[in-house]
Design a protein around this ligand. Structure first.
Ligand code: 3HC
Length: 290
């Protein structure tokens, strides 16, 4: 398969990442189906499309015709079979739980056409942990977008040992068509490139905060005004989700057995209180008034 054979994309999971990935594909001309098992999550994704696109027109970033076309390109359905049945490329963006992903990939293997590539947007789970749930392991790959997916340019394409050259190439080319900047990871590695580096930075930030060296707000200021980051590590945790931060730490601990990788107490505290960040209105900072 070549990238020009990709006409239809299916995005499984309409949450934090899926709602933006599906809209991104639609904006770039792909017929896109977005599916989720939770009706409220699906509705929220649809509402996002209905407000985001007119917002782009108002900002002068898109013509009315382009917005209309993008909206027509994306549809939302709770039915996985309908969403996947004629997809050429599938991007899974559901929760970071291996058995859940394996179950979905086994289903997708039956539902999607034989030529379709099945990608996971996982932040932490390498595709070799999932590929053997399908009969097409060479077509199962990591395609890792960054939050917010409509804005962040990078996509990590991870070529596990089972991934064919063709799958990796089509995935890289697809990212370019989506106006992203793809990088190819030639080996699977825990955390890939960005999350390994961001993880180290986040842990340092948490250590400084928990030791009482500086407040979360001031550490964020330090990284914005002293290191030129667009946002500090605490605001970033609130953006990506403290629930995801917790899961990433636990997954890393499971893999390494190193207690130093366990979530910091201040992360556990917020996780257990359901204070996940922007999506719940509170995390490190309060978003209830926005
Ligand atoms: N969704 C869609 N678009 C958004 C957005 C969102 N949530 N937030 C901002 N934008 C868009 C705005 O519409 C605007 O677009 P325009 O310039 O074309 O009009 C543009 O982004 C800039 O927005 P603002 O001026 O409102 O705000 P900022 O300039 O502060 O930018 C930001 C916001 C893009 C989020 C910026 O702060 C940033 O780049 N932060 C760092 C984000 C980051 O590091 N992401 C990676 C996280 S790690 C990850 O995702 C991996 C995962 O595995 C955990």
């Amino acid at each position: 398969m070549k990238v020009d054979d990709v006409k239809k994309i299916c995005v499984v999971g309409a949450g934090n990442m899926g709602h933006q990935i599906s809209l991104l594909c639609a904006i770039h001309g792909y017929k896109t189906t977005c599916t989720d098992i939770v009706p409220e999550v699906l509705k929220k994704a649809e509402n996002f499309a209905d407000t985001y696109l007119p917002g782009r027109v108002k900002k002068g970033k898109m013509t009315e015709e382009q917005a209309k076309q993008a909206r027509a390109n994306v549809s939302f359905t709770g039915n996985l079979a309908d969403a996947a049945k004629d997809a050429d490329y599938v991007i899974e963006a559901v929760i970071e739980v291996v058995p859940v992903k394996r179950k979905i990939f086994a289903e997708l293997d039956k539902l999607a056409p034989a030529h379709a590539i099945l990608a996971t947007n996982s932040s932490a789970i390498v595709s070799s942990s999932i590929a053997d749930a399908t009969k097409r392991p060479s077509q199962v790959v990591n395609l890792h977008f960054f939050n917010p997916a409509l804005v962040m340019k990078l996509v990590e394409v991870v070529k596990g040992p089972h991934v064919s050259d063709e799958t990796a190439q089509v995935s890289m080319d697809l990212c370019t068509k989506l106006d992203k900047v793809p990088i190819l990871l030639k080996k699977e590695v825990d955390g890939f490139v960005v999350n390994r580096i961001l993880g180290a930075l986040t842990r340092e930030a948490l250590w400084l905060q928990e030791m009482g060296v500086a407040s979360a707000e001031d550490i964020d200021k330090a990284m914005v005004y002293g290191a030129g980051h667009p946002m500090g590590p605490f605001r970033l945790m609130d953006l990506i989700g403290i629930d995801l931060q917790f899961t990433l730490d636990i997954e890393r601990f499971k893999k390494t057995g190193d207690p130093a990788t366990l979530p910091y107490p201040s992360v556990v505290e917020r996780y257990t209180k359901g204070q996940y960040g922007q999506k719940t209105g509170k995390g490190w900072f309060d978003y209830s008034e926005k």
